[in-house]
Design a protein around this ligand. Sequence first.
Ligand code: ZN
Ligand code: ZN
Length: 310
Amino acid sequence: MTFELTILGTSAAVPYHDRWLAGQVLNVQNKLILFDCGEGTQFRIKALKIKKSKIDIICISHLHGDHIFGLFGLLTSMAMEGRKHPLSIFAPKGLEDIVDITFKNSAYISPFPIEFTEVDTENAAPVFEDKTLIINAFPLSHRIPATGYCVREKPFPANIIPEKIQEFDIPFDKINAIKNGENYLTTEGVLIPNSELTYPPLKPRSYAYCSDTAYDERIVPHITGVDLLYHESTFMHEMAAHAALTGHSTAKQAGQIAHLAQVGQLILGHYSSRYDNLDWLLNEAKIEFKNTVLGIDGNTYSVDLQRFNA
Ligand SMILES: [Zn+2]
Ligand SMILES: [Zn+2]
C-alpha cells in the first residue's frame, strides 16, 4: 500500500535551471492528490509518468502565480484526454473566479465537473474525508491568505492471525468483530483477548505541506507527529529579516518547526534562485532537525507501512 510524495518543482517565484515551480503529487493507496500547480506542472506530470486521470483532488496553498499558473493548462489537457469524472479543487477564496473568468473569455466549457471548495485561511478545519484518508487545512503566514494541508490515513483494521481461526474454531461471522477489536468467547466459554488473535495494527501514515509561509509556531499543532513534512525554506538564515518581510522561511526556521512538531522527516523546498548549492540550506536545517533532506525535482519520498509496537 503506497504512501509516497513526488516533487515536481522546488523553485520559488521563477523557474531556475533544473528547478521547476511549485507542485507535488502525493500517492495515498493509489489516490493521487496534487499540491499546488505552478507553471509547467503538466509537463512535469508527463515527464515523471504520473497518470493525470488519477488525480481527483488538487489542494492549492495560495494564489501567487508560481503556485497556480499551471492550472489552466492542466485542466484543459485533462479534458483533451477525455476526462469525464469530477475533479475537486480546494483553494483560498478567489481561485474559482480566476478560473471562471479565464475559461469564459476563451469561450471554454469544461467537459468534466470541477468542484471548488473555498478553504478558510483563518481557521483550521477538515476539508476532505473518505474511507482512506482525511485532509485538514490550516492557516499559514504569507503576504496573501495562504493555507497548509495535512493528509492523514484513517486507522487500519487489525489483521487476524490465520492460524488462530483454526485453533479456536472461530466462525466466519465473528471475524469482522475481531478485526474491529472485540475479544472472542469460545464455545467452551473461554474468553480469548483480541491481542492474542490479531497482529498489532498498521500505523496510519501522514504528510503535511507548508508552502509559502513565514516562521510561525502556530502551525506546529496541526502537523505534530507527521511522518513527512514539506516546509518551505526559501532563504538561508542570514536573510531572516528579508524572509520575514516577504512571508517566507529560512532553512533554519524550517528545521525549528520540524523539531517542535516532532515529525519523522523534513523535506526542504521552494528555494530562491540565488542558491546554486542547496547543501548550504540542508546543512543549516540539519543543525535544528537531523532527519532533513533536500526536496529535489523529480524525487520520490515514501513512508513504509509499519505495525504498532513493531
Ligand atoms: Zn511561492
Ligand atoms: Zn507566495
